[in-house]
Design a protein around this ligand. Structure first.
Ligand SMILES: [Zn+2]
Length: 507
């Protein structure tokens, strides 16, 4: 690890200026009491708390019903069936290995459409999964008229006295993690969402997004001038900023933990493995492992949401290798959860997705073939190459050399012709150079990234139909107590109701 060298400037600034960054140098300090249920907060955001009643003393118990104690809900963002199948075949082809997710025997399928569209975004999907009702795209845990029909799973389990944990590879303020604790009319209100995370007071929150915790004066994006890292420390949190600090956390002495490992989203796994500046970030599996150690101290149990958040971004960018590596990394987190479940049978593990991204397919164009092993030696994301080319104004041989360095193969004559057919720094979305996709979204900015994604996908014969999400159903897998509830084909809001049913909370 070259962490000392590569810790980002922003983190350095934060560490220097925050002064009392005890979490960075003394992350094992006693961090105060385990958070208690923040009932006033929940009541304020819930117009109908009477809808939920604990079953502890009710008939279900007397009939032998025993609610599940711990719930681990793992969400692969953008992870449709193909996003699971391709990495599984890749591992089989190259190493004779397999993912664990497809081996889970209790399976179901869920719809993904939102209140406003057949094709959901992650905000509306998070609302469905974690709050049990449909809302419009971009809205988190409220309806267009501003009302809040149900509390979130995070709020309910906190009120039940359980510990709540959030693990993500995106910004902690991004749509999916925000779905556990925030109520906002727009997912883009990330300044406000960070404040709501502080107010929610999770037992553990691990992910990216330091920029929304720091004021502009410290290089962050907070418009209110507040340093939320300091605010979390004041609330008794140990705060960590890199992999080694995280892995050195003493769970016995740490009751509340915040880990923020990148300025924005955490690195794609393929970059984290190979690019020095990303190496000191922890994996999703490592974050899950530490979260479980702290959360499981609560005798009343816990609710942990783990998001493999960048599978979605890889698919927006049509980057098959980044998709494969991020899904493998997410699968490792699922393994950690399943290991925990084995020794804690009163735990329910659910694995699902919020939607599919990209319309990913095995096979492309007119070919009856696919070749996953063509991706073996590609050691960085398309996004990394694109940034290198654009920021350093590379062209011609320099680009060829860069690609050869990271892909370990040369571009063919046809591939070079495609790559250099337009100015590499052209913003694809602003130019009429695409026949299939005349209007692409924010994820495809420059011709360099667009063309390289096309070349990489063509080599593996992975197809794509969209730069956005698609509206197809996504799979659900469940292990442990009451996992049978998750069988069948049902609405994505059914995840919420089934989790509550298993936990003995009436809806
Ligand atoms: Zn997306």
């Amino acid at each position: 690890m070259k962490c000392s060298k590569v810790i980002s400037m922003l983190v350095l600034v934060a560490i220097v200026l925050a002064g009392s960054f005890a979490g960075c140098t003394n992350h094992t300090k006693p961090a105060g009491q385990t958070s208690s249920a923040n009932k006033s907060n929940i009541a304020a955001s819930s117009p109908s708390p009477a809808k939920f009643q604990p079953l502890e003393t009710e008939s279900a118990n007397s009939a032998g019903f025993k609610p599940v104690k711990n719930i681990i809900l793992l969400v692969g963002d953008g992870m449709g069936l193909t996003q699971i199948y391709v990495p599984d075949r890749y591992l089989e082809d190259l190493y004779g290995e397999h993912l664990i997710i497809p081996t889970i025997k209790t399976r179901g399928l869920i719809t993904t459409y939102s209140l406003s569209s057949e094709v959901t975004d992650s905000a509306a999907a998070a609302t469905a999964l974690f709050s049990g009702y449909k809302t419009i795209n971009h809205m988190i845990n409220e309806l267009p008229n501003g009302s809040v029909p149900h509390r979130t799973l995070g709020e309910i389990f906190k009120a039940e006295g359980k510990s709540v944990g959030i693990v993500t590879s995106t910004r902690l303020t991004h749509a999916t993690p925000a779905g556990i604790y925030a109520h906002v009319k727009s997912r883009y209100m990330e300044n406000e969402i960070a404040l709501q995370l502080l107010k929610f007071e999770p037992t553990v929150a691990l992910g990216g997004g330091l920029e929304y915790f720091l004021p502009k004066s410290m290089g962050g994006k907070r418009t209110d001038g507040r340093n939320l890292i300091k605010a979390f420390e004041k609330e008794g949190y140990a705060v960590v900023f890199n992999e080694s600090q995280l892995m050195n956390v003493n769970p016995e002495k740490t009751n509340k933990l915040l880990g923020v490992f990148s300025n924005s989203h955490m690195a794609f796994e393929v970059d984290r493995e190979h690019i020095p500046s990303d190496e000191c970030q922890p994996s999703v599996a490592e974050m899950t492992e530490v979260a479980l150690k702290i959360l499981s101290k609560n005798p009343r149990g816990f609710f942990l949401m783990v998001e493999g958040g960048r599978i979605d971004h890889a698919c927006h960018e049509h980057d098959p290798k980044a998709e494969i590596m991020d899904t493998i990394a997410f699968d490792k987190a699922v393994r950690v959860a399943l290991e925990f479940q084995k020794t804690h049978p009163d735990t329910l593990v659910i694995v699902t997705a919020d939607h599919e991204t990209g319309g990913m397919s095995v096979g492309r164009g007119t070919f009856y073939e696919a070749n996953f092993s063509a991706l073996k030696n590609i050691n960085c994301s398309i996004s990394y190459l694109d940034k290198q080319i654009v920021s350093k104004h590379l062209n011609g041989t320099a680009v060829e050399k860069l690609v050869e360095k990271w892909w370990h193969t040369r571009l063919s004559k046809e591939e070079e012709e495609l790559l250099f057919s337009h100015n590499l720094t052209s913003e694809v979305r602003d130019r009429n150079i695409l026949t299939d996709f005349p209007r692409v979204n924010e994820y495809v900015r420059n011709w360099a990234g667009f063309a390289l994604a096309k070349i990489e996908s063509e080599r593996a014969k992975i197809g794509w139909t969209s730069f956005a999400h698609t509206g197809v159903p996504v799979p659900v897998y469940a292990v442990g107590k009451d996992s049978q509830l998750f069988k069948g084909f049902y609405d994505n809001t059914g995840i919420y109701t089934r989790v509550l049913e298993a936990a003995g909370v009436l809806h």
